[in-house]
Design a protein around this ligand. Structure first.
Ligand SMILES: Cc1cc2nc3c(=O)[nH]c(=O)nc-3n(C[C@H](O)[C@H](O)[C@H](O)COP(=O)(O)OP(=O)(O)OC[C@H]3O[C@@H](n4cnc5c(N)ncnc54)[C@H](O)[C@@H]3O)c2cc1C
Length: 385
């Protein structure tokens, strides 16, 4: 019979960060269970790797205020690379409503202690990137400490460091059930046998709903396909560029290797476990790319290199963190709605605090409980890309 103090279901970046933060707090008897033969085959390996503090709700800003400095010192702290590149996020507004929205968010971000964000004029944007079509750009906001990480490296760094301090990772092992007794959670059933534990964490990403169902918890987390298109090498736009967001339609892009990575949230996409890349998406995104960056008309794209992955959406685009109501010992770290890489460090810290001490000072955890949906206390995030 195997035992652990804490079992984490899912070895993506969230489960790995929780394992790291638990071991860093002295809890070493941690078992991470991953059904795939390698880590990163869920959403983490498909991510665009963007990290930003430019959000509209205080709790998301707070999560980033922990996570981005954490990524900045990741290599020194853990001894493994996370590939943090502080190249910024630049939001380009084309409507007075966008400007008002960015100004309101900016004021919140500054009030909460973000130092590197500023509102910028259309002329400054034109000066920074004359390659952008800017006749309709009327201003924007830029934060220089926003940027990118390498999600795969960060995940491996978290897990390797946790393992260095005693945690175990079982790969190629699926959790098939969760057992309970009169005291609460008793453990998990897996394709490798039963493991007993009083604390079990659901870190199963877009598959979290089915894990929660194992203990009768209804988790409002739905998978939503997102597609990314990498370009072939391209040098007619600077590679020092930030993530640039065209607020007129949500198209955004960032430098990646010798080319660029293009993203756009197709409003026609519907929920479901759709993992295949739709080749028709290439034309849709290239139209938007060339509209905003005329030299992108010259981009070459190999659709075979493009990919699709899953966002794990909640109704209010905020994660669900903490112990599930009515199921003591069953912890949730789910529903990141496309922000799980950038918020993995804060999530790991919050979950480790909640598991080990029952509370966390990093955020007001009552805001992100599962019960907010039943109680009508949702907090809507509008700065979703
Ligand atoms: C195209 C795309 C772009 C994105 N861009 C960004 C971005 O720029 N910035 C950002 O912050 N986020 C981004 N995201 C979102 C981010 O990738 C996710 O929020 C994050 O990876 C979630 O991490 P996770 O560990 O919760 O989930 P995952 O990485 O999916 O890990 C969950 C793991 O659980 C395992 N699992 C599931 N069921 C079981 C079971 N029964 N037993 C054992 N194991 C199980 C799965 O195999 C999987 O490995 C993007 C996502 C996509 C798809």
């Amino acid at each position: 019979m195997h035992t652990a103090e804490v079992i984490i279901i899912g070895g993506g970046i969230v489960g790995s960060s929780i394992a790291y933060h638990l071991t860093a707090s002295g809890c070493k008897d941690v078992l991470v269970i991953e059904r795939e033969t390698a880590q990163g085959k869920g959403s983490t390996g498909k991510s665009m790797g963007g990290v930003r503090a430019q959000f509209s709700t205080p709790v998301n800003i707070q999560m980033s205020l922990y996570s981005i400095p954490f990524y900045a010192s990741f290599d020194d702290l853990l001894g493994y690379p996370a590939g943090y590149r502080p190249q910024g996020y630049l939001f380009c507004a084309t409507d007075e409503k966008h400007i008002a929205y960015l100004r309101t968010n900016y004021q919140k971000q500054i009030a909460m202690g973000l130092k590197d964000v500023r509102l910028i004029s259309a002329d400054e944007i034109r000066g920074m990137f004359p390659q952008l079509r800017s006749d309709d750009i009327i201003g924007g906001s830029f934060c220089s400490t926003d940027g990118f990480v390498d999600p795969y490296s960060a995940m491996i760094g978290f897990m390797t460091s946790a393992a260095d301090h005693g945690a175990k990772l079982w790969k190629n092992t699926q959790v098939t059930g969760i057992t309970r007794d009169t005291k609460g959670i008793a453990g998990v059933e897996t394709t490798r046998g039963t493991v007993s534990a009083r604390k079990v964490v659901n870190a199963a990403g877009a598959w979290a709903k089915s894990i929660a169902e194992m203990v009768g918890v209804n988790l409002p987390v739905e998978p939503l396909r997102r597609m990314l298109v990498p370009t072939e090498p391209f040098d007619q736009f600077p590679h020092s560029a930030p993530m640039i967001i065209d607020m007129s339609n949500g198209f955004h892009f960032r430098p990646e290797a010798l080319g660029f990575l293009l993203a756009w949230n197709d409003p026609e996409e519907t929920t479901g476990y759709k993992m295949d890349f739709d080749p028709a998406f290439v034309e849709k995104i290239l139209i938007r790319a060339a509209e905003r960056v005329p030299v992108f008309e010259n981009l070459a794209v190999n659709p075979k290199r493009a990919w699709a992955g899953l966002y794990e959406m909640t109704p209010d685009h905020h994660p669900i963190l903490g112990e599930a109501p009515g199921v003591p010992g069953f912890f949730l770290a789910n529903g990141f709605s496309g922000h799980g890489v950038m918020h993995a460090p804060a999530t790991g810290k919050i979950l480790a605090d909640l598991i080990l001490t029952g509370k966390s000072d990093l955020i007001d955890t009552s805001l992100l409980t599962l019960s907010r949906f039943a109680e009508g206390k949702t907090i809507h995030e509008t700065a979703v890309l």
